[in-house]
Design a protein around this ligand. Structure first.
Ligand code: HPA
Length: 288
């Protein structure tokens, strides 16, 4: 199999597809210069091949955000011939109008994290590349069209504020992120999206809100429950409904993403360095 498209999901995504009646054709862990990738599961549905990788764990939430290895995961996907990536991400909301259970297709990222390696390019001068539009415009548009009619509220834009994690924010940090123009807050989109651009991958994200950011709404502290009471049982139920719809949503979206022509800037993000003779034809020689 040679999937052109991959879904980078959260936890145990392959199991959700299995429960929806799809059997993975194979599953492999790929060694890369950055360490092993997370297991990659290969699926096929009506002629469409796609790869699925869960960032945080196969069965449970085993790896928190600061310990993810997006370089290994993206390197593995690129090695497989993947050109398009859909990221499935579960942030908090900084706006009352973006409610738990809503889908948001972010347009931009504000990197407020102190996370790990931010680049593939070590010991070279490459990587000074423009980041607007940040997400692949073709994939983004195809994603939004494919979401029309989905049984959830869809927001077609949003600024995702990236934090380091795994802790949640203080109320003051949430107030600051709102002032900075943020709409969502989460721990995984950066540096993943920046690294995907260094490999000239088309990348877009579909997020679903799991809670309101700290202090945005008044919630008593409740030890022992999810997010210590930051989300209400009703909100948790709305989020569970989106999670239950994950395979169906993704299967609705993937054919539209697979059909994009890649006439976007993504395949040529490093063209300047290529023209300068810095980059050889084999992408593996670019990354160190
Ligand atoms: N903050 C940071 N990351 C998150 C949140 C949050 O409120 N919710 C889900 N991921």
């Amino acid at each position: 199999m040679k999937p052109e498209i991959a879904v980078i999901a959260r936890v145990g995504a392959h199991k959700a597809f299995e429960a929806a009646g799809l059997e993975p054709e194979k599953t492999e862990v790929y060694p890369t210069p950055y360490g092993d990738s997370r297991p990659v599961h290969f699926f096929r549905r009506e002629g469409l091949e796609f790869a699925v990788l869960s960032r945080h764990g196969e069965a449970g939430y085993d790896l928190s955000a600061p310990f993810l290895n997006p370089r290994a995961n993206l390197y593995a996907l690129k090695s497989l011939g993947v050109a398009k990536v859909l990221a499935w991400v579960a942030p908090g909301s900084l706006r009352r109008e973006m409610a738990p259970g809503d889908l948001v297709v972010p347009r931009d990222v504000l990197d407020e994290g102190k996370g790990g390696p931010q680049t593939f390019f070590k010991g070279v001068g490459w990587g000074f590349i423009r980041h607007n539009p940040l997400f692949c415009p073709e994939l983004r548009e195809a994603l939004l069209k494919a979401l029309a009619g989905a049984p959830f509220t869809v927001h077609g834009h949003g600024v995702y504020v990236a934090t380091t994690g795994p802790r949640l924010e203080t109320a003051a940090e949430i107030r600051k992120f709102r002032l900075l123009g943020g709409d969502l807050v989460g721990q995984t989109l950066a540096p993943e999206v920046f690294l995907a651009r260094e490999l000239e991958l088309c990348y877009t994200a579909l997020t679903y809100v799991v809670n309101y950011g700290e202090g945005l709404v008044d919630r008593p502290y409740q030890p022992g429950v999810l997010f210590e009471g930051l989300a209400t049982p009703d909100e948790i139920q709305k989020v569970a409904a989106v999670e239950a719809a994950f395979p169906e949503l993704i299967l609705r979206i993937l054919p539209a993403l697979a059909a994009t022509a890649r006439q976007c800037p993504c395949p040529r993000l490093l063209e300047r360095y290529r023209l300068r003779g810095d980059l050889g034809p084999d992408w593996r020689s670019w990354v160190k």
